[in-house]
Write a protein that binds this ligand. Sequence first.
Ligand SMILES: [Zn+2]
Length: 223
Amino acid sequence: MTLAVFQKEIEQLSKKKIKLKINDNRSTMLSVKWEPGCTKVSMHRIFLEAPKNIMDALSCHIRKENSAVSPTVKAYIENKLKSLDYSSTLDKAKLVSDGNVYDLREIYEYLNDYYFGGVLDLSITWYGKSYIKNRSRFTFGLYFQPLKLIKIHKMLDSLEIPLYFIEYVIYHEMLHHVCPSYYDESGRNHVHTPEFKKREKTFKDFKKAQEWLKINSHHFFID
Ligand SMILES: [Zn+2]
């Protein structure tokens, strides 16, 4: 939809005069300011291709001042956000893959070849400190879909961590790219989908990694 057509449609549906701004940054997906005589709407370009039900929910939100964004619109934003590729904005010079014990890039390349036919094109970096006081709050790995970036906690860069365990953590994060999470209509986020869990079990040391975690979890979760 062109901007002009979109503006006309959203004004008709919401019965409001709108000052519209379309942006391409991840920080403002949708913002509505109800001012006397004019409603200011700033939204991400993903809305230009919104289907009818989203246009309806959106205009309902714009019409009703101070109303909360509906779960349908939230789900649309979250799902669309995942399909956006902002990886070109990533400063690759800041990524650190070489560790004291493990080289993340090396392990990632091996897993990519072994499990994914070498087709994945993701970035990977260490994050955090190798020692942290409150270990109950740390996450082994994270995946940032729009940046196509995997972050692995520096605590895992240790001789105490077996190779198959760190492989498992990286494989898990890679799977998040292959089996993306999604929001359903009620706004519920489905992260580890049945497909995800099925594929996770195909990791060759899956059971070993689970066992190791069970036995060693006291290293990580002190509280
Ligand atoms: Zn996960």
